[in-house]
Design a protein around this ligand. Structure first.
Ligand code: AMP
Length: 139
């Protein structure tokens, strides 16, 4: 079964498509967090970011890069929160990679992404060194 975003890309269900090229599409979020809230997707279905091949990732970033200033201009935003909910644990509901471009306005009360987290972990220098070394060795 194809994802709801594939159905949009295929024109099987309606959406307010704002941009499309060979590899990517962008449309307004049906339940916007702010005016202009836009989703950018690869046309092909990939569930999570690490499933996306490098060439498609480059195309996806190109579209995000193109659309961020355009969306900001269109709704006269002061900034944007640009984010992926990557995986169910991170709140991803639609299993088709998508980037949220959420216009932000002075005083909108939304806060930075840091505000999603309550208590922060208390990591000492050794733990931070271990984590950094582990990530570096896999990168
Ligand atoms: P996420 O939690 O990151 O998976 O976000 C999924 C997003 O898709 C939500 O912001 C929904 O409002 C949006 N959404 C779900 N169905 C549609 C649809 N048919 N057209 C446009 N946006 C949708």
């Amino acid at each position: 079964m194809s994802t709801i975003f594939s159905q949009i890309v295929e024109g099987e269900i309606p959406a307010r498509i704002v941009y499309e090229d060979e590899a990517t599409a962008a449309f307004l979020d049906a339940n916007p967090l702010s005016p202009g809230h836009t989703l950018v997707v690869p046309k092909a279905e990939y569930e999570q970011l690490d499933d996306v091949p490098a060439d498609v990732a480059a195309d996806l970033y190109d579209t995000i890069h193109r659309l961020v200033p355009v969306v900001e201009e269109a709704v006269d935003a002061d900034g944007t929160t640009v984010a992926f909910n990557n995986g169910e644990a991170a709140g991803q509901e639609v299993p088709h990679v998508h980037c949220h471009i959420v216009p932000r306005f002075e005083g909108d009360g939304g806060g930075p992404i840091h505000s999603m987290f309550g208590q922060r972990p208390d990591l000492d220098d050794d733990e931070l060194d271990d984590i950094a070394a582990d990530i570096e060795s896999r990168a």
